[in-house]
Write a protein that binds this ligand. Structure first.
Ligand code: CMP
Length: 136
């Protein structure tokens, strides 16, 4: 099924110069980059994007982290790209993420209150459309 997914290269990924590497992996997998921008997230965008996590202990650190520098926001397209990109990204916890994945190859635990795990990818078609409307 042809899908769109919202991908964010988080401030840690941008700061570490991993933008090209992440986009390279998306293209090498065969997904199309349909939209792309470097931006700085506003509080309103983050509250909307992370609404489901509001109230969790890592919420404020997460919003602070996501506001700590530029991010890269992309819309990617391809058959089953939502599941496919989550597989490319690897497990949320970079220590557990499988080698071969973005987080498994490039991420680690930095001992911080929030998992700095380089990328975000939508988890369903509904969240993809919701998230795309927030950022584009
Ligand atoms: P993401 O997929 O963008 O969605 C929520 C983010 O919160 C997640 O990536 C991590 O950066 C962070 N996160 C999720 N679970 C935890 C956790 N248990 N502890 C700290 N940070 C977390």
């Amino acid at each position: 099924q042809l899908e769109r997914s919202l991908v964010i290269i988080k401030p840690d990924g941008y700061r570490r110069g991993l933008t090209g590497e992440v986009l390279r992996r998306i293209e090498a997998k065969g997904y199309t980059i349909a939209k792309l921008q470097v931006t700085e997230a506003t509080r309103d965008q983050l509250d909307a994007h992370y609404a489901e996590h509001e109230g969790k202990p890592f919420y404020e650190p997460l919003v602070e982290f996501m506001s700590s520098g530029p991010i890269v926001v992309a819309v990617i397209e391809g058959n089953d790209c939502i599941k496919g990109f989550r597989s490319l990204a690897g497990a949320t916890n970079p220590t557990e993420a499988a080698p071969g994945s973005i987080r498994g190859d490039l991420g680690r635990d930095w001992g911080l209150k929030v998992q700095q795990n380089i990328v975000h990818g939508s988890d369903s078609t509904e969240s993809a459309e919701r998230e795309i409307a927030i950022w584009f």
